[in-house]
Design a protein around this ligand. Structure first.
Ligand SMILES: [Zn+2]
Length: 412
């Protein structure tokens, strides 16, 4: 990896405005910014769904009243939902957030945006400390430009017993001094660290993270129920991909799953791709935690929005076949190829969740967790005009981010 000097690059928004990828058929080019009324849709609000509702967009925001010159677009027969928020994502479009260049990272972000993810936290995988600090520097510049909402370090402070697709040789115990180094390298943009809290230094590291306003996430863990309770009491608030990379729920040894599901202070991440979780396990978690404590994440790797083939996940080789990513050596599941529009469609068509609960898990809950719910996560006046337009079968038709179409629905 080579470091690029600060200020030498543009954000995706700037590139798009310069015409790097013009929306040629758009009736609302970015330069014109005519206020827009999207009308006739089923609009999902925090208070419920409004049939035949409307959303008014002026500039980068949603507003309550329509300006006189607003352009009216009829989106009858569609759903309007808030842009999706992904708090756990390693890459996409053939690019990795852990190892790619700045342009690669932007490609990954753009790929997920075209699938409805208007806010994304970039996740790293286990690497050596020096390398991770370097990555933190690069990613923090993208956070400063508004391209990502922050950095999530998954590893290296995780359990060798539950390493999943992380390099065992590079794992280490969660020494608070080293955790501190990583969050310092992220220059205020570290939002979450996944760690195995039962390891030596684990609980102290949880305390350090919560003192610094960084989410301590319990994951890739071999903890008992009691050890998990202790970590939650110390300040851990997220379960990293609940069920995956942790002991199964046992009737004599309930392990971390029971502790994480029962505690109202914890938000549980779920990977709803049909591979990581059986639908019944997803339903169990959703019922137990309730709709306000679930965040649907992708845990996506490079192949998301790209295709099958051979990839690298950190230092490990991964084979993606039929959309399922597995380590070449050992066969562990190695992230997903999920995008959040697919997670939405699965949730309402296969898992039989309500549209409102699905919106909570994909937008409102992760926005609140990041402390960004004053700006994003719902379609309310004053918030960023981040929205997703879905057809009656929940297929993605349009994506708007901060008032500009990322995917133009071409509805005139
Ligand atoms: Zn991950």
């Amino acid at each position: 990896m080579t470091a690029t000097p600060p200020g030498a690059r543009d954000s995706i928004d700037q590139r798009l405005r310069r015409g790097a990828r013009p929306a040629t058929n758009s009736p609302h080019p970015a330069t014109d910014r005519t206020p827009l009324i999207l009308t006739g849709a089923d609009v999902v609000l925090p208070t419920g769904t409004v049939r035949n509702g409307q959303v008014i967009v002026e500039g980068t925001r949603i507003t309550a009243t329509a300006p006189e010159n607003a352009h009216v677009v009829d989106v009858t027969g569609h759903w309007l939902v808030p842009g999706f928020v992904d708090i756990h994502n390693h890459g996409g479009g053939g690019a990795s957030f852990t190892s790619g260049t700045v342009d690669d990272v932007l490609t990954g972000i753009r790929t997920h945006r075209t699938h409805g993810t208007t806010t994304l936290v970039a996740s790293t995988v286990t690497g050596d400390m020096h390398f991770l600090a370097q990555r933190a520097g690069l990613l923090s510049e993208l956070a400063e430009q508004g391209d990502i909402a922050g950095i999530h370090f998954e590893g290296p402070f995780i359990s060798p017993c539950r390493k999943g697709a992380h390099s065992e040789a590079l794992l280490r115990d969660p020494d608070p001094a080293e955790v501190r180094k990583l969050i310092d390298a992220a220059r205020g943009h570290a939002v979450m660290v996944t760690l195995a809290t039962e390891l030596p230094g684990g609980v102290d590291s949880v305390r350090l993270l919560s003192e610094h306003g960084v989410i301590a996430a319990i994951g890739h863990t071999d903890a008992t129920y009691e050890q998990t309770v202790e970590a939650i009491d110390a300040g851990a608030t997220v379960a990293t991909h609940l069920f995956n990379a942790m002991p199964a729920l046992g009737h004599r040894a309930p392990g971390p799953i029971a502790a994480l599901l029962e505690d109202e202070r914890v938000t549980v991440e779920l990977i709803n791709d049909g591979t990581h979780l059986h639908p019944a396990a997803l339903e169990l978690a959703f019922r137990h935690a309730g709709p306000d404590r679930v965040a649907f994440i992708t845990d996506a790797m490079d192949a998301a929005g790209f295709g099958d083939g051979r990839y690298m996940l950190g230092p490990l080789e991964v084979e993606v076949a039929d959309g399922v990513a597995r380590l070449v050596e050992g066969g562990s599941i190695a992230g997903s190829t999920l995008t959040q529009d697919r997670a939405f469609k699965r949730a309402v068509t296969i898992d039989r969740l309500s549209v409102e609960d699905t919106v909570a898990a994909l937008s409102a809950n992760p926005a609140r967790l990041l402390g960004l719910d004053d700006r994003i996560g719902s379609l309310e006046p004053g918030k960023d005009a981040d929205l997703v337009l879905l057809d009656a079968d929940f297929g993605l038709k349009g994506v708007m981010r901060r008032g500009e179409w990322v995917v133009d629905p071409q509805l005139g």
